[in-house]
Write a protein that binds this ligand. Structure first.
Ligand code: ARG
Length: 580
């Protein structure tokens, strides 16, 4: 149900006819009517301007001819040429009403499932074993989960890949530290989520104590060699951390499960074969220290080609090799056609290089695509990296605790009638929702400032504002004492009704667009506009006090607004309590 597209489909043949009539200069690229929402009418097309240049004709004449040829009588109340050659389109009230009726009758709110479903792998979250999850992992987890929800809803097969840092040299020192503490003490420390102090204590010994460092080194060798005791202790570390991460995912209400842990260690057996394959493809170079691939087009500051290190001199493999094995596995074994890597911008070049190597190796080729879905940092109020009061990195769980606690205060203040169970439920949805929404509503490539006041504000582009808008509509239905009238025609007459109608019909275009761009702030901004437009409608157009058909029609508009908000927020991973 894409009104823009509907109008464009009607204009396109008219543009084509004008182009064809243009003689020699005519044929060529078909013209995209470029229909957009507009201040001057409901929609506007400016395509006549560029076509006129191509045809060497006066733009207004081209626009007039397009309008004459276009068949828009059933959709538009008026079609006018304005300015130098814009086509202004005003949609007929009747057309808006019937489109909205169709949208209301559709479970999918007018958003069709993809006719070309893909297999999408979303690599996200990726915390490191025996290390605390910090706000950087929050961003990956929240953005990645929105990508999962949206891709799934659009009908794609989605595979979640939680590329856990569960392998590599740090495990030598971590296992030795575990042995020093004793298994049960270590397990306790890890299970209560004191991961940072565990890691730090191991690190301190590693840096200060030669004997410990030597033990750690030997332990890495034992781990790689599959030594039984070492493997068991390693599994214990991984299992405790996974349990902890799952508890964080539960609190965050993200869709990641135990089955989605696809840690680095899973690729161990594939590393040597992958390197051999790269060698057979003639891509391996010996750089003295290591075997490397130098993908074309990557150079350092000094102009020298940049390597992806695939095998170190000691025979060890690193982060890059693991990502090469992972990308090959995802494409060749899992049949993925779209690969998403939701990882902060500092790793942009790493992924660009991994993709380049995968292309040169012949794994990554059309129609398969790989995208680094990058994001900026979370900043504190001082504009620097977010720090705890003590100056350390902020633990994600502490942040979530504080969010829920602040939201509970807000809920009690706003609605003193809520009982404590309801407060707890609302606080969870609002607190966690506010944190997620603050992240998703800003352009992900940019840094954003973590600001409690703003994210929990009841007005502005915030989760609580949208959640209240939704709950308010649900309360209209509680007061109405009736359900949503079924099968009644939607009648759009008042300007505030028209404005709301046009916004609601914008759902499909924005969802489809964000499914490609993964720019969730566009969906967030859209939902905010819907809620704001609804509030204008609700001020000006009585609903429960209106009569018969008008009341029914407005109730359908109310319900449709609530459903759009609910579904939109769901796609962002944010809950919508019925009562707040
Ligand atoms: N564990 C990594 C980190 O904390 C993130 C993993 C990202 N995914 C990947 N396939 N490399 O930085």
């Amino acid at each position: 149900m894409n009104l823009e597209k509907l109008l464009a489909d009607r204009l396109a043949p008219a543009f084509a006819a004008v182009t064809a009539a243009g003689g020699e200069a005519g044929p060529g690229e078909p013209v995209d009517p470029a229909v957009r929402r507009s201040q001057h009418a409901d929609f506007q097309s400016d395509a006549a301007l560029s076509l006129a240049r191509r045809l060497r004709r006066a733009p207004r004449d081209v626009a007039v001819e397009v309008v004459r040829r276009a068949d828009l009588s059933d959709l538009c109340a008026s079609v006018e040429v304005s300015g130098p050659g814009f086509v202004n389109l005003t949609v007929a009230d009747g057309a808006l009403g019937s489109l909205l009726s169709g949208m209301a009758a559709d479970d999918r709110l007018g958003v069709p499932a993809s006719t070309t479903p893909q297999t999408v792998v979303v690599d996200y979250s990726g915390p490191n074993v025996a290390k605390e999850m910090h706000v950087g992992h929050l961003r990956s987890t929240v953005i990645g989960d929105a990508a999962v929800r949206l891709s799934q809803w659009l009908g794609h097969t989605v595979l979640r890949a939680n590329h856990l840092g569960d392998w590599g040299t740090p495990f030598g020192m971590l296992i030795e530290h575990l042995l020093d503490l004793g298994e049960s003490t270590a397990a306790h420390e890890l299970s209560v989520g004191d991961l940072d102090s565990f890691y730090r204590a191991a690190r301190v010994k590693f840096d200060a104590d030669d004997a410990f460092r030597e033990r750690a080194r030997r332990r890495v060798v034992a781990l790689q060699g599959g030594d039984e005791l070492t493997s068991r202790l390693w599994r214990l570390l991984v299992a405790e951390s996974e349990r902890y991460f799952l508890s964080v995912y539960g609190r965050l209400d993200v869709t990641l499960t135990a089955a989605d842990f696809q840690g680095e260690s899973r690729y161990n057996d594939r590393l040597a074969p992958v390197v051999a394959e790269l060698d057979r493809a003639g891509l391996l170079r010996d750089s003295g220290d290591a075997a490397c691939v130098f993908p074309a087009g990557f150079t350092g500051r000094d102009g020298e080609p940049l390597p992806v290190i695939v095998r170190k001199r000691d025979g060890g493999y690193g982060y890059g090799t693991t990502d090469l094995a992972a990308i090959r596995h995802r494409i060749v074994d899992l049949g993925a056609t779209r690969l998403l890597y939701v990882v902060g911008t500092p790793q942009r070049q790493h992924f660009e290089m991994v993709f380049a190597v995968a292309r040169e190796a012949g794994w990554l080729r059309p129609p398969v695509t790989a995208e680094h879905v990058g994001f900026g940092s979370v900043l504190g109020p001082d504009g620097r990296m977010l720090r705890s009061r003590a100056g350390g990195t902020v633990k994600l769980v502490d942040l979530l605790d504080e969010a829920v606690q602040r939201a509970a205060e807000l809920a009690r203040r706003k609605n003193p009638d809520l009982d404590e169970a309801a407060v707890a439920e609302v606080a969870r949805a609002v607190g966690i929702g506010a944190v997620k929404y603050a992240d998703l509503s800003t352009d992900r490539i940019k840094d954003y400032v973590f600001d409690w006041q703003r994210m929990l504000s009841l007005d502005g582009n915030t989760a609580p504002y949208l959640q209240y808008a939704h709950a308010r509509i649900r309360s209209i239905f509680r007061r109405a004492g009736t359900g949503v009238p079924a099968g009644v025609p939607v009648v759009v007459g008042e300007p505030a009704e028209r404005a709301l109608a046009l916004e609601l019909l914008g759902f499909e275009p924005v969802v489809t667009e964000v499914g490609q761009s993964l720019e969730f702030h566009r969906l967030a901004g859209y939902l905010h506009t819907v809620a704001a437009t609804f509030s204008g409608f609700y001020e000006r157009c009585p609903v429960l006090r209106a009569d018969g058909p008008v009341r029914d029609s407005r109730l359908v508009l109310c319900d449709l607004t609530a459903r759009v908000l609910r579904q939109g927020l769901y796609l962002l991973g944010i809950g919508t309590p019925d009562r707040m």
